[in-house]
Design a binder for this molecule. Structure first.
Ligand SMILES: NC(=O)c1ccc[n+]([C@@H]2O[C@H](COP(=O)([O-])OP(=O)(O)OC[C@H]3O[C@@H](n4cnc5c(N)ncnc54)[C@H](OP(=O)(O)O)[C@@H]3O)[C@@H](O)[C@H]2O)c1
Length: 285
């Protein structure tokens, strides 16, 4: 099976490496070509355009920022005619309604669309621990399961298209809530002169502890958000997607709306393409 991957950003690049290691012929496309070029040395073919990437593949993996980018790259006139007969696995985080809409547009052109958003980041891709949540029919799941296995843990079918996108948003709002909650506690601890190590030791013994607190602590203490795993820009995108989905279901989420405002202030402070834990800068004041 010939595979193309669109989007060799933070997640797409290591995913491409896994696809190559599994022995699949791979073509990659990235808007900023320089980011994709190192994959050529590992055996990938570099496409100059999405059109060229589609021509080379039966299966197209999408690891792009958001639904607007997916629409821009796939659904415009020069590429649309190439959707026919090809399968698309969408792995970025987009809203459930966005996913269903893209699916419908691809289907209209004779293509086949599935969603497979992921939980975990660069480290989890490297060590094979990425969690893959599949949204699409049971038949398609069975058909693509073997391929997906090369990307991380055995994929889990959540339900039809939209179901996995929903589950992904439910998980990601927890990331935002956790980082804001932890930032608030740490800011009070630091500004009050209480020992951080004591705070962490007691927190770790309690039911309140989450491993991500310890993972993010060094960044927060050093106030260093470089080399991101997951950007503030994308965290804000996901919080907005959750709020839209929640609002449509009549769910009250004012705490997350406050987290959205903090993340938006973080972006306005220029902390856009750094690690999302940079929200600490706004929280601590
Ligand atoms: N990082 C994580 O830990 C993580 C985990 C799970 C899910 N996700 C989700 O996975 C997706 C990708 O995340 P990421 O961290 O890999 O993001 P990223 O590093 O920002 O990569 C985004 C990709 O989209 C491309 N892109 C953005 N705007 C574009 C445009 N206008 N036209 C063409 N291409 C465009 C980028 O191209 P350029 O390189 O040219 O900018 C890049 O290939 C997002 O939906 C994110 O929320 C991320």
């Amino acid at each position: 099976m010939k595979v193309s991957l669109l989007g060799t950003g933070l997640m797409g690049f290591p995913l491409a490496r896994r696809i190559l290691k599994a022995g699949h012929p791979l073509t990659v496309y990235n808007r900023t070509q320089a980011k994709a070029r190192p994959l050529v040395k590992m055996g990938a073919t570099l496409a100059a355009s999405p059109r060229e990437a589609l021509r080379c593949a039966d299966l197209v993996v999408l690891m792009l920022s958001d639904a607007a980018v997916i629409r821009k790259l796939l659904l415009g006139a020069p590429v649309r005619e190439l959707l026919r007969g090809r399968s698309f696995i969408q792995m970025g985080t987009i809203g459930p309604d966005e996913s269903k809409a893209v699916a419908a547009q691809i289907k209209k052109q004779g293509g086949d669309y599935m969603e497979c958003p992921v939980l975990g980041s660069i480290a989890e891709i490297r060590n094979g621990k990425l969690i893959l949540m599949f949204g699409g029919s049971e038949t398609r799941f069975r058909h693509h399961r073997e391929f997906l296995k090369c990307l991380g843990r055995p994929p889990i079918r959540v339900g039809p298209i939209g179901a996995a996108a929903t589950l992904k948003l439910a998980l990601n709002q927890l990331i935002a809530s956790h980082i804001v909650g932890f930032s608030q506690s740490l800011a009070l601890i630091q500004k009050s002169g209480v020992e951080v190590s004591l705070f962490m030791a007691i927190l770790k013994q309690s039911a309140l502890y989450a491993p991500m607190f310890e993972k993010k602590l060094p960044r927060l203490l050093k106030r260093d958000y470089g080399n991101p795993n997951f950007s503030t820009r994308n965290m804000l995108k996901d919080v907005r997607l959750f709020l839209a989905a929640a609002q449509a279901k009549g769910i009250n989420a004012p705490v997350l709306a406050a987290a959205r405002n903090l993340l938006a202030s973080t972006l306005r402070a220029g902390l856009t393409d750094v690690d999302y834990s940079a929200v600490y800068e706004v929280v601590r004041g």
